[in-house]
Design a protein around this ligand. Sequence first.
Ligand SMILES: [Zn+2]
Length: 414
Amino acid sequence: MHQVSGVIFTGEEFIEGTIHFKDGIIHEVSNGITKDSKDTKTEVPMARGIILPPMVNAHTHIGDSVVKLNGRGTLDELVAPPNGLKHRVLRETPEEDIISAMTRTVQDFQAQGIGWFYDFREQGLAGIRQIEKATAGATTRPIILGRPSDTGYDQEEMDALMMRSAGVGLSSISDWPQTPTRKNVLKHSRKRKVSEDSRKGEVQDNSRIENAQANAINEVASHARTSGKMVALHASEQHREDILQIMNLEPDLIVHMVHATPEDMRICADRSVPVAICPRTNTFFGTIPDIAEMRKAGITLLLGTDNVMINGTSLWEEMRFLNGLAPSTGLSPVDIVKMVFSNPYKALSPGYGMPRFKGRFGSFYHGARADFIVVSRKTTDPALTLVSGISRADLTFNSLGYDGEETNNRRNSK
Ligand SMILES: [Zn+2]
């Protein structure tokens, strides 16, 4: 039997305890810290410190890991399709190089203790195949949120996407064309079994065109939901978007909300839709959401590192950065710790081997997987330690295997 001892994060607070485990399964969690003993029969803990469930990175685009930033730029210049730097580089780069850069990102996620990441995968089915290859064999698991290859609804494509993903991760409602593609209109018309002639007429009919356009994104979202999958999308990142139109999609997760009004936030909180914020990305592009207002509205907050090409891979750095904004956000260190170590599990919980929180020690109880990381304490306040800048060297135990002690205790799928 092995043990780790220290302060355990329960999802709400830190309490002293010792986890006893064997073969990747927790056998017991006892109160109090194991003291050093001269008695050789008493096992010495493998690690001491702050014991946490694996981290959850709630918003990523690891597909651009290969892209090197060679200067600053606007959102449009750097990441917007089709001609932002990201898309130009990805078009010109051999697929094997794109995939191996993605693999390096995932290894880095593992090494820092990230157990799951919600990746917004672009390029339809081809994009999903890339992340499947990049994460094969990794103990850090992607929650793949795919999207159609263009902004239209295609039932067959959606069936194929939903077979191999956790749901959809859409760009934003504004990216869906103001004038629908002919493909949308035709698909919409076909559903209603109209003749070829009236279909041609319909393309000219503006009201029907708008209808078909509005329906395309709604149909994509509704297809995901009826497949039992997630609906996630970016919201109010570049400018304010209609929150009710967003809520009509019945999202499970929205990202950014930089330009959201207090009323938008209240609606979001009322409907229990969690928001993933990415403060370093927003700051890079010269904006920042009103996090104090989000907190006041009662929104469940999550944290994401967003584009690898802009922020690299460190979720610990994202936490440290967010903590630096505390004078204006009002977030306590524990609030920030929850955004990474418990809110995602509670607010999203789509399976994929994610721990459940129950009982005195949260996700740590008899029979649960021994999935945890241990961080050495630098201050007497564990939450403050965690938001003050943690590097890999501070991780004294990492069950995710990469650079860690145990490599065989992780799951692969739902
Ligand atoms: Zn994003």
